[in-house]
Design a protein around this ligand. Sequence first.
Ligand SMILES: [Zn+2]
Length: 382
Amino acid sequence: MSDITGAVLSWLAPRAGEMEALLRRLVDIDSNSFDKAGTDAVGDAIIEVLAADGIAVERIRKQGFGDVLRAEVPGKQANSYALMMGHRDTVFKKGTVATRGYSRDGNLAFGPGVCDMKAGLVANIFALCAIKAAGGLSFPVVALFTADEEIGSPTGRAEIETAARGARAVFNSEPGRVSGNVVTGRKGGGSFHITVKGRAAHSGVNHKDGASAIEALARKIVRLHALTNYDTGITTNVGVIKGGNTHNTVAPWAEAELDLRFVTLEQHARIVPEIEKIVRAEDVPGTSADIKPVAMFLPLELKHSEALFALYKDAAARVGFTVDGEFTGGCADSGFTAALGVPTLCGLGPVGGKAHTDEEFCRLDTLVPRTQALAATICTLT
Ligand SMILES: [Zn+2]
């Protein structure tokens, strides 16, 4: 163990109380993805904590969504940096804190976004402070705090990709799995909005003059769902449909929301044109259809996480816990960095579960060791 790693681990060891206090503070600020004031208020709290330790934070202004923050502990040499990532937004609506703010029952903490991912923000902040307190590393350590991950990172993605291009490794502190594992593989996924136009007609008087948008959509759904292949990991799901005016009118319109999941970039390149072809086909004469992507996350492929995970496993052993890598069908920002070929590891935050529900929890006894393992892994990067 290098002196710096030892110093970082000892600096973090007695911080459980401080970490929980910051967790409580961040959870008790409503920060839905669409609540710019809320996500910016979480950002202000982060800036205050980092500034108190002399860590500079750049604020990248955004319209409509929360600003992106970039904090940096400079390196002793000009070298590519290590990048930590975290999102400040949650899926919970404004006002949630007033009825269901931070609470604690023994070792478990509750509250909106407590594990996804305010505990991860706390881990990144303390890892940064620990490295700063140890005098910094030979390379810079950067932390990016975005504000719109839960809706597909419409403004965060470009900042994430810019930051990742200059990074030697990326660490995303999404919640650790309930098993205690970290995430070494993630599916990519996208959502699409499908619109179908038909021709209205009275279904009794002149049925044959109509062109049913509902029938066209129904035929497309059957073909879209047939793309699902559990062996390859591709799934398609039309989860919402709407359409038509009355029971006795041939439907002039229909709409659908499609969710797509895939495992590799190669699958993505192949499946999206297939989907577009199915949607644009004129299944029912006189109808037409269009498809627009709403959001898209790229996959974290195992080949981009393997080497970092080996380092992390060693770091965890030094800290005193065993850990494995896990694959998940859920998507996250780590897919964007892995898709650029940058080594990426995810699910490094404190351990928790039931994200996106009222029962969401975080295991407080994991705050310090997970942060220690994260910081120690960064220290051992070569
Ligand atoms: Zn998350």
